[in-house]
Design a protein around this ligand. Structure first.
Ligand code: ADP
Ligand code: ZN
Ligand code: ZN
Length: 746
């Protein structure tokens, strides 16, 4: 017998199986999913691999498997899933397998180390791409240094002790890398695992309302009878979805099964986890989250593997946790973009969940106040069972929403970012000692800098994008590659000093607020204030606990947290997401505005929302004023149908990039021609000519794309995989990715 083996390596792009001979001593015990050591190529070092199948004999002369690694095998169904993913998402099988492995790479056992006080964390100091480049060009040769850096590429911000253990390197190597400027060591205060709190009072199940009961019963039935079904629970924030989840999990536990709950990374806060701990105690809960140290993640992973944890709460990748006897999958805030991976493997956790639920014959629950248009469409046509909650469970009131037309403000001579209406409301709130959140989806001070004499605008030298002015450091920065330069006072094109700043960001907003309300305390949250030391969680806690008057922030402020004292939310410019070059612009705008509005008046206090906009007539803004999802959906779905966008088709995007524009054009044209040829006999797939991406250069790489619109099914998957195979034969240089229904079209 011969084993088909996948080599577990990212360095070599080995997206195929290799045959190995099975020696007699392991012939009786080896199975699919086993992690093994094998010789590879001419290297003396053994490589690690996974057995993914068996066959009678090989057409090649094959080497022997050396050994099986005890205790680190994958299950047959995990291998099946990895194969399914590799085919469907057009990526490496080993990248998919990696999703299912424990954090870190070694088989060393990690004890429960105490972590408190100040500890040293290691961060990469160079761009990931630069490190790849140094390795590829052999500028960096030390195997141990390379291993350390590659480990950090995947686990940036890791404890020194974890780095030593999991990457298996000595302190001397780490010191050398620091000395040479590859990494930095940052001292941070850490508490023990922030997600596990020992002193949470137990709570009891609430008596479900009639509406909740109907929802509960439909899903509970499926748990009882072990049948697969996909549900959408559509209910506004506060309508009692979480209480239903909790009771369905209890039901699952009674059946001796486990549950996975996926939440967007940013909503996965200790408060959120506390509700589950309060109900079930922490012993049977595991949390998988990028904020945990890798050692903690490893511990959580083991707790699941040993079947001690029955409830797994985590972000996207928690769907791959090694759960035994899964009984229920819940995806909360299912409309959130974070469920789609933007890195290889470019999978969608909703699709993976569906696959797993189907195989395990269990229910899958999608919950949202503003469902994804695609999900709602499926719920309308019966593909997903539709369950609705219409009332807030604790009878708190929805906030009132008002629209302010910014064009009128201009006509009336108001040149600030704050309309008169919003100004009055903020003043009121300050007087009444209530808190305010101001939301603006642009960071920095001014988003572009332009010469009024000749029209020149300052762009990044690596990317085709304007630089953003940051007042504090007096620098111009690129938000795509991190490039920085001194501010310009004289136009580099024509020498004029008529430099003007356009497009206000959060820094400018903060400055204006501080001028208008000098007595008010403010705190700002965006990528610039959220640093390695000062997490997003800490800023929000400070806002809440120190009763800061005004929180100013980007998208980050929108999710998860519960601020009882916030009664006013101001949206400074609702238009920025409308102008995105993306068919989902309306949907994103509606979702964000509805979510922001949900931050106001969540307890007994009535809330108020002011949305400032230059497009008061846009239907997504009008619908968010009325907080009418149905109206939004009905309008949007008609547009999607007219223009042939999802859910009426899938978008298949080939992204081609390289440092040489000519090569990008060539490869794009070749892909286009191969597809054109293959599509001759297929009717319902539209192919579009190669075009530069909306941002046509990032980090010195030119970017083109070829787009297909049609349905992703066996035939089209075959077609794309064949195309890739053909193009890989002629192109070895340009980077090619395939993304299915990408969330980011830029
Ligand atoms: P969602 O997850 O939809 O935002 P939650 O489950 O968090 O809603 O419920 C919102 C609030 O209503 C919570 O404070 C919760 O304790 C309360 N609540 C939920 N269900 C009930 C119920 N059946 N009876 C009383 N209060 C409830
Ligand atoms: Zn000029
Ligand atoms: Zn740049």
């Amino acid at each position: 017998m011969v084993a088909e083996v996948i080599i577990n390596s990212t360095v070599k792009n080995l997206n195929k199986t290799f045959d190995y001979n099975i020696p007699a001593d392991i012939a009786g015990i080896i199975k699919v999913g086993d992690r093994i050591n094998v010789p590879f190529g001419n290297s003396k070092k053994l490589e690690e691999g996974f057995v993914i199948g068996f066959k009678e004999k090989s057409e090649y002369k094959v080497k022997d498997i050396v050994s099986i690694q005890e205790g680190f095998n994958l299950k047959q169904e995990q291998i099946e899933l990895a194969k399914w993913m590799a085919r469907r998402y057009f990526c490496n099988l080993s990248d998919c397998i990696k999703m299912m492995l424990p954090p870190g790479t070694t088989s060393k056992i990690v004890d429960n180390r105490v972590r408190e006080k100040n500890l040293n964390f290691v961060y990469l100091k160079k761009e990931s791409e630069e490190i790849d480049f140094l390795i590829e060009t052999k500028k960096l040769k030390s195997e141990k240094q390379i291993r350390t850096l590659q480990f950090l590429q995947e686990n940036d911000g890791v404890l020194i002790s974890d780095l030593e253990l999991f990457a298996d390197v000595s302190r001397a190597i780490i010191n050398t890398l620091e000395k040479n400027g590859y990494i930095e060591i940052v001292e941070k205060q850490v508490s023990r695992n922030p997600f596990i709190n020992k002193n949470i009072k137990k709570d009891k199940e609430l008596k479900l309302t009639n509406e909740q009961e109907v929802v509960y019963n439909s899903i509970s039935n499926c748990i009882e009878q072990a049948i697969y079904k996909e549900f959408l629970i559509y209910g506004i924030t506060g309508s009692g979805k979480t209480e239903i989840y909790l009771q369905l999990i209890r039901k699952t536990l009674e059946k001796n099964k486990s549950a996975i709950i996926l939440v967007p990374e940013i909503s996965l806060t200790p408060q959120m986890v506390d509700r589950f701990i309060a109900r079930f105690g922490q012993d049977i809960i595991a949390v998988l989250h990028s904020k945990l140290s890798i050692g903690e993640r490893y511990d959580q992973w083991q707790k699941i593997k040993k079947d001690e944890a029955k409830i797994i709460i985590g972000a996207r990748s928690a769907i791959f946790a090694p759960v035994k006897n899964l009984g229920l999958i819940i995806i909360d805030e299912e409309h959130d973009d974070s469920y789609k991976s933007e890195m290889p493997p470019r999978y969608n956790a909703k699709e993976i969940s569906k696959y797993i639920a189907f195989k395990n014959k269990i229910p899958l629950i999608l919950g949202s106040a503003t469902p994804d248009i695609n999900t709602f469409y499926k719920a309308q046509n019966g593909e997903v069972e539709f369950l609705k909650l219409t009332k807030r469970a604790n009878d708190s009131k929805l906030p009132s929403v008002e629209i302010v037309d910014l064009r009128e403000e201009l006509i009336n001579g108001n040149k600030t970012m704050i309309s008169r209406k919003l100004y009055d409301e903020i003043s009121n709130n300050l007087e009444n000692k209530k808190q305010t959140i101001l939301f603006l989806n642009r960071r920095g001070f001014s988003t572009f800098v332009m010469c009024r004499n000749c029209g020149y605008s300052v762009k990044c030298k690596n990317c085709n994008i304007t630089l953003t002015y940051h007042r504090k450091e007096n620098k111009l920065k690129c938000h795509y590659c991190g490039y920085e330069q001194e501010n310009v006072l004289v136009c580099p094109e024509c020498g004029s000093n008529k430099i003007k700043y356009f497009g206000a960001g959060t820094q400018k907003l903060e400055e204006q607020i501080n001028k208008m309300f000098p007595k008010a305390s403010t705190i700002r949250m965006d990528i610039d204030t959220v640093t390695k030391k000062n997490s997003h969680e800490e800023i929000l806690n400070k806002f809440k606990n120190d009763n800061i008057d005004i929180l100013i922030g980007t998208q980050m402020v929108v999710k998860g947290h519960h601020f009882p004292n916030v009664t006013l939310v101001g949206v400074i410019a609702a238009d920025s997401s409308l102008n995105m070059e993306n068919y989902r612009a309306n949907e994103k705008t509606f979702q964000i505005l509805t979510q922001v509005a949900g931050r106001a008046g969540r307890e007994n206090l009535p809330g108020k929302v002011i949305i400032q906009t230059y497009n008061p007539d846009s239907f997504s803004i009008e619908c968010s004023k009325k907080q009418d999802y149905d109206m939004f959906y009905n309008t949007e779905i008609k547009l999607r149908k007219q223009l042939n966008y999802p859910p009426f088709c899938d978008i298949i995007l080939f992204g081609i990039s390289d440092t040489e524009e000519k090569i990008v054009q060539e490869v794009s044209n070749k892909i286009y021609n191969i597809l054109l040829h293959k599509l001759k006999n297929i009717n319902n797939i539209n192919l579009y000519k190669p075009r530069p991406a909306p941002i046509d250069k990032i980090k010195n790489r030119y970017r083109y794309r070829v787009i297909l619109k049609g349905s992703l099914n066996n035939d089209s998957i075959e077609l794309i995989n064949d195309t890739l195979e053909e193009i890989y034969k002629i192109n070895t240089k340009a980077r090619i990715i395939v993304d299915i229904n990408p969330t980011n079209m830029m």
